[in-house]
Ligand binder design. Structure first.
Ligand code: SAH
Length: 243
């Protein structure tokens, strides 16, 4: 969980977003993890239009209503699509460079804020957490802190739309059995570190969570999770309602 704002010299994704915004192209946004091989995020993907979004994301944007918080808004792709639909959205991100780009792209209400220190009280009907939005929770042990914050900022009856993936396929053998250490950490807890050119970010925790586990935590903290739609590869969109 990133519990504070990033400094510009520790903000590789923001750097990549800023460069892509200014030049229409960007270098590799590299992703490292202690659990996986090096990977890369195509920076262009962070600028996807409504038509280029996955069906799950489109669904979340269509369902979002009332006053909306786009949490971890990145380049502002979802906020801009919501504004185009005439919806009212506030975008937040811990990345100062992403916030700068969102302002320039025309996102009307943007702030460089960490979700976990958001001061709003009963302000939102909808919270959007997209592109594996559960990642911002960081680890399952932060679920209590996460839902406590959601109870503060959502209006009663408000809904969180969150997408995630069940990482079980990474541990599945060909015969269908699982190689998951039940005494270890939850299998969807991952660490990442990003790099853009010479700008290296700090390592951070990122949570992938299966729907059943998410539902258990939601009900423990006064929410109800429902499956909205399943994607093509263990991914899904959940609606989590504040009861
Ligand atoms: N939603 C965007 C960006 C996803 S990347 C999209 O779908 O394209 C995740 C974003 O969440 C990053 O921009 C990161 O800076 C931001 N983020 C991570 N932790 C956060 C937190 N605690 N509060 C607010 N934003 C956060």
């Amino acid at each position: 969980m990133s519990n504070s704002l990033l400094l510009p010299d520790k903000d590789p994704m923001g750097c990549a977003i800023k460069e892509y915004f200014q030049k229409g192209k960007a270098a590799k946004l590299r992703v490292f993890s202690s659990q996986f091989d090096e990977d890369e995020i195509p920076v262009k993907h962070l600028f996807r239009s409504f038509e280029q979004m996955s069906a799950l994301e489109q669904k979340a944007l269509l369902l979002a209503k009332g006053k909306i918080l786009d949490c971890g808004a990145g380049s502002g792709c979802h906020s801009l699509a919501l504004q185009d639909m005439g919806k009212e959205v506030d975008a937040i991100d811990i990345s100062p460079l992403s916030v700068e780009v969102m302002e320039k792209r025309g996102v009307k209400s943007v702030s460089n804020t960490d979700l976990f220190s958001h001061p709003a009280v009963q302000a939102y009907d909808t919270v959007l957490m997209l592109m594996n939005g559960s990642g911002i929770v960081g680890k399952v042990e932060n679920m209590e802190k996460f839902f406590t914050k959601m109870k503060q900022i959502l209006k009663p009856g408000g809904v969180i739309y969150m997408d995630s993936s069940d990482l079980r396929y990474l541990f599945e053998d060909e015969d269908g059995s699982f190689q998951i250490d039940l005494n270890g950490n939850y299998y969807g807890e991952v660490d990442f570190r990003m790099q853009y050119k010479q700008v290296k970010g700090n390592a951070f925790d990122w949570l992938y969570i299966d729907f059943q586990t998410l539902s258990l935590y939601a009900s423990q903290y006064g929410f109800k999770a429902e499956m909205v739609e399943e994607g093509e590869h263990y991914d899904y969109l959940a609606a989590i309602t504040f009861l």
